[in-house]
Design a protein around this ligand. Structure first.
Ligand code: ARG
Length: 488
């Protein structure tokens, strides 16, 4: 700090506690308070109170740093820390007097602190609500991502366990929702495990970028005081793997940036889309037409009119809730697109979108995991559907290929065979040797060996294909990996 800087910073008078009826954000500049309408319109305490824990954590770290650089003396720091702890206890006990006229969580806590501890009036030194809110949201989001990732791991495990309980169950795989080729039920479930794995990766990536400390960036241009940003970052866990503090590097960017919110909302939206698709599969499978699964009573509802109904409402709501999570992403992008540098009050609108996305996907992931943990597979119905011999038409074409027939020709031959079976009203695998030969002499009786599901699945051995062996290995790999991740 140069001589010049020192004089400047020492000249600063800490804000006074002031008149509790006058919101501290207005201070001496205003002769009158805001209109009641303005207050009601602009308050955010009704939703940002949720950030109280992060706000207090941040304030404590900031206070310790202020002590370190000599703005607070030891007694003042002690008073502030104690005051903040007491406030935290009151909030936790539901005894804190939230005051909408104080606008937001920051002002509410600071004003109450200052009422209790005079040194509270020094806490906002070198800080603005602009860097404070950016900090609170990053802290909040980091915790929510950790919580969501854990729930997602449990969901992945529920899928793998359900597959593991029915490792030999075969179902038709569908394209265009038309029966296509046989697959192991577990293979179908593991497809979702992969999708959720990408979601977990996106969340980890979003967390990585959210994990930078903005405190010390002030309103937009930092501070004239010699703030120790690194100490604050370290205390709040904004560090890289080597323990090195991670700071936002441009004060203007730091207070105007909500990319981390967008990134989370985007990851949440795609996760919600995956959950919606899984819900759709479960809803279809639970219908009488499929009858593959039974969703337990705990996750089903009845009809107020039709006594026989068991409705998959939870799955339907999960599918439906993807709409709002997608909407939140769109709202966030739209919110940001026209904003000039740097902080603008529009940014206050980010919170409800972020909270809603985080709450919604967490609830959906948890409910989905619970539903799968209790779902029952009807292996018989699966077997019935999978024994449709047309599912193996491609295998028959492959059999011709293995006898030297070009695939396009084999495709045509089998197509004609399917048409012939249809016109005779016979299943494909029941055609006689003559009927086979009539369609094409290369279709000898040995071709019938193709119509074994076991053979069909044993032969699908390339990486990623649903042979028994591949799927067993994948189940084992996922289950041990997920159990380990959940134990950590
Ligand atoms: N409640 C505000 C928000 O959520 C906090 C920051 C207010 N900053 C300001 N300059 N008015 O964005």
């Amino acid at each position: 700090m140069s001589e010049d800087d020192r004089t400047q910073s020492e000249g600063i008078q800490p804000p006074q506690g002031g008149d509790p009826a006058r919101p501290p954000a207005r201070s001496g500049r205003f002769a009158a308070g805001p209109a009641a309408e303005t207050q009601a319109f602009s308050e955010s305490i009704s939703f940002d109170w949720r950030l109280w824990e992060q706000d207090i954590r941040g304030s404590k770290a900031h206070a310790r740093m202020l002590r370190k650089i000599g703005v607070l003396d030891a007694g003042e720091l002690e008073g502030i820390l104690r005051g903040l702890d007491e406030i935290a206890a009151d909030i936790r006990a539901g005894k804190f007097p939230w005051r909408p006229e104080l606008e937001d969580v920051h002002m509410n806590i600071e004003a109450e602190l200052t009422r209790r501890v005079p040194a509270g009036a020094k806490l906002h030194t070198g800080r603005s609500r602009n860097d404070q809110i950016a900090l609170d949201m990053r802290l909040w989001l980091r915790d929510r991502i950790d919580e969501l990732t854990l729930a997602l791991r449990r969901l992945q495990l529920a899928l793998a366990e359900l597959g593991g309980r029915h490792r030999r169950a075969v179902i038709p795989g569908y394209t265009h929702l038309q029966r296509a080729q046989p697959v192991l039920f577990a293979h179908h479930l593991l497809a979702y495990v992969e999708m959720f794995e990408r979601d977990a990766g996106r969340l980890a990536d979003a967390r990585e970028r959210a994990n930078e400390c903005p405190l010390g960036c002030g309103a937009l241009a930092g501070s004239t005081l010699p703030l120790d940003r690194e100490a604050v970052a370290r205390e709040l866990g904004f560090v890289d793997r080597a323990g090195k503090p991670r700071l936002t590097r441009n004060s203007m960017d730091a207070v105007g940036d909500r990319d981390f919110v967008v990134e989370f909302c985007a990851a949440a939206a795609l996760l919600a889309v995956h959950l919606s698709r899984l819900s759709e599969d479960l809803i279809l499978w639970a219908s009488a037409e499929f009858g593959f699964i039974r969703i337990s009573d705990a996750y089903s509802t009845g009809s107020s009119l039709m006594p026989q109904k068991r409705n998959p409402d939870v799955a339907e709501l999960i599918r439906g809730k993807s709409g709002r999570v997608i909407g939140n992403l769109t709202a966030m992008l739209t919110l940001l697109k026209g904003l000039p540098m740097t902080y603008n009050r529009d940014l206050q609108e980010d919170k409800e979108r972020l909270f809603d996305s985080a709450d919604t996907v967490l609830a959906c992931v948890r409910l989905m995991a619970g539903m799968l943990e209790q779902a029952e597979l009807n292996e018989k119905a699966c077997r019935r559907a999978a024994s449709d011999p047309t599912l193996l038409a491609t295998d028959l074409a492959d059999w011709l290929v293995s006898r030297g027939v070009p695939f396009r020709e084999a495709h045509d031959v089998v197509g004609r065979l399917v048409a012939c079976a249809e016109s005779l009203g016979k299943p494909l695998h029941r055609l006689s040797a003559e009927e086979l030969a009539q369609v094409d002499p290369r279709l000898t009786v040995e071709a019938r060996a193709v119509f074994s599901l076991r053979r069909a699945l044993e032969r699908r051995r390339a990486p990623g294909a649903p042979s028994f062996r591949n799927v067993s290995l994948e189940l084992r790999r996922w289950r041990s990996r997920l159990r380990k991740l959940l134990e950590e």
